[in-house]
Design a protein around this ligand. Structure first.
Ligand code: ADP
Length: 471
């Protein structure tokens, strides 16, 4: 079963308030009743004593007589309050008896009180009990007074009205709190669910490809704001990825168009008989096809490096040993161009993916070879700091102009394109270098001057935490 946040929250708050109010009502009722019972019982004992005292003073010791009128008044007042009084002199003769005075009233009082108490407090098993007190004057016993009242305690009509009013107030407070709780719950839930619903809407838009959509308002709830931030961040990443994908497609199309167009026009001219299929023309077509082939394999390498799921296969790698091996494979090119290469310094082994770091070094070394004119110099220096190793490669080749330096790590970027056409580069090598380095937590810096030479400084941490290749 599914419920909305609003329903859940209002229900939960209402339930908590209901339980709290019920508990408070029950406890206060219980406490009040108990306190009240104790108070009433002691009050009744006091009243009985007061009755005895006020009747005792109605005896005149000199004449040995009782003031019957006063006793009657006191007795009747007591009767209305629920006390049936009987006064006897010291010989046991009745002086005043409520029952003989007004039997009907006595019975009616007793019935009223018994009925009220039986219905409201059936558990106390109360009944009318009679207590006899000695009537004293100046330490002499002048008679006895018996008082009957409902015990262990009884409540007058006013007492009941008071308790009733109290209960009603408690119920009223309970209902009012419940209403306030439900209203507050609905209000709170609305405030919470509104931004969530908005977020759901925006997420749907993003899923539909509207990557530019953002959630703007701050809600003031930390968790909801965090969710909004994550979704905005997600949308931003998707937007960037999408832009990258479009740019890549456009770049690839652009890169393919030139060699394809050249080959196409050459072949057309040959087929139509406009051109003789000379060796030179066929070689030019062959060169373009070669360029296309290397572009496609570069693209494949880039895709492999940048694929999300690529995992680094880390082992102990010695940069010195790796560099020597790569330089060995470049022996022929170096000889052909009469390049002077020197490798100096050393550094500790690092934990890295040997093949990929090898790819980085190959790209840097092959660039240095490619962009250094015949008879030039290439210097490779290895060093280390506390936490990282440094690979420094410097050449005195054609260099890169200051304006172009910021772009050389972008895919397909080739400085001064026409000049590089004959080097066969596709502008992907340094993009691959950057991608692999960021996966290893490393960095690359470049310093270059046009016609003077370039220096690339690669820094790799000695041990790295896993970092995603798509940084
Ligand atoms: P490419 O396949 O064209 O060499 P890269 O991504 O490796 O592609 O390099 C991008 C561009 O940076 C090159 O086209 C070149 O203009 C410039 N570049 C890279 N390395 C050097 C270097 N050592 N000397 C001069 N220019 C360089």
């Amino acid at each position: 079963m599914k419920f909305s946040l609003k329903a859940k929250l209002s229900l939960a708050i209402a339930l908590v308030v209901l339980l709290t109010v019920a508990l408070i009502s029950f406890l206060s009722n219980y406490l009040i009743q108990n306190q009240f019972k104790g108070y009433i019982s002691s009050q009744q004992a006091k009243t009985a004593h007061q009755i005895v005292e006020s009747i005792s003073v109605q005896y005149d010791a000199d004449t040995g007589s009782w003031d019957a009128d006063f006793i009657h008044t006191i007795g009747m007042y007591a009767l209305y309050d629920g006390y049936i009084v009987k006064v006897y002199d010291k010989d046991g003769k009745t002086v005043w008896d409520a029952e003989t005075c007004d039997m009907n009233l006595c019975i009616q009082m007793m019935d009223n009180i018994s009925h009220r108490m039986m219905t409201e407090y059936p558990t106390i098993n109360g009944e009318f009990t009679t207590k006899t007190f000695p009537a004293m004057q100046d330490l002499t016993e002048i008679g006895t007074i018996s008082i009957s009242y409902y015990g262990p305690f009884f409540l007058s009509e006013d007492d009941f009205l008071f308790l009733d009013a109290l209960n009603k107030i408690l119920v009223g407070v309970g209902i009012a709190s419940l209403v306030i709780a439900v209203v507050t719950g609905i209000f709170l839930a609305k405030r919470l669910s509104k931004p969530l619903l908005k977020t759901v809407e925006v997420t749907k838009d993003i899923a539909d490809g509207k990557y530019g959509t953002r959630i703007l308002n701050e809600t003031g709830t930390i968790e909801v704001d965090q969710l909004i931030d994550s979704i905005n961040h997600l949308a931003e990443s998707l937007e960037k990825q999408e832009a990258l994908r479009r740019k890549l497609t456009a770049d690839v199309a652009h890169e393919l168009r030139t060699p394809l167009a050249t080959v196409q026009s050459h072949l057309e001219a040959i087929l139509e008989g406009v051109w003789e299929p000379t060796r030179d023309r066929l070689e030019s077509c062959y060169d373009e096809m070669n360029r296309l082939g290397s572009l496609v394999s570069d693209l494949e390498r880039l895709a492999k490096v940048e694929s999300d799921n690529l995992k680094l296969n880390k082992t102990e790698v010695s940069l010195r040993e790796l560099t020597e091996k790569i330089l060995g494979s470049y022996e022929k090119e170096l000889e052909d161009k009469n390049l002077n290469v020197k490798l100096s310094g050393n550094c500790s082994s690092i934990s890295a993916d040997r093949d990929r770091i090898g790819q980085v070094l190959i790209n840097l070394i092959s660039n240095a070879v490619k962009y250094t004119t015949d008879g030039g110099k290439i210097r490779i220096t290895l060093s280390e700091t506390e936490g990282s190793v440094v690979f420094h490669i410097q050449d005195n080749g054609i260099g890169i102009s200051e304006e172009e330096i910021p772009y050389i790590f972008e895919r397909f970027y080739r400085a001064d394109k026409s000049r590089n056409r004959n080097t066969g580069g596709s502008g992907i090598g340094l993009a691959i270098v950057k991608s692999i380095l960021s996966a290893h937590g490393g960095t690359i810096e470049v310093e270059s001057r046009l016609n003077e030479g370039s220096a690339f400084m690669l820094t790799l941490p000695k041990s790295q935490d896993d970092v995603s290749l798509m940084k």
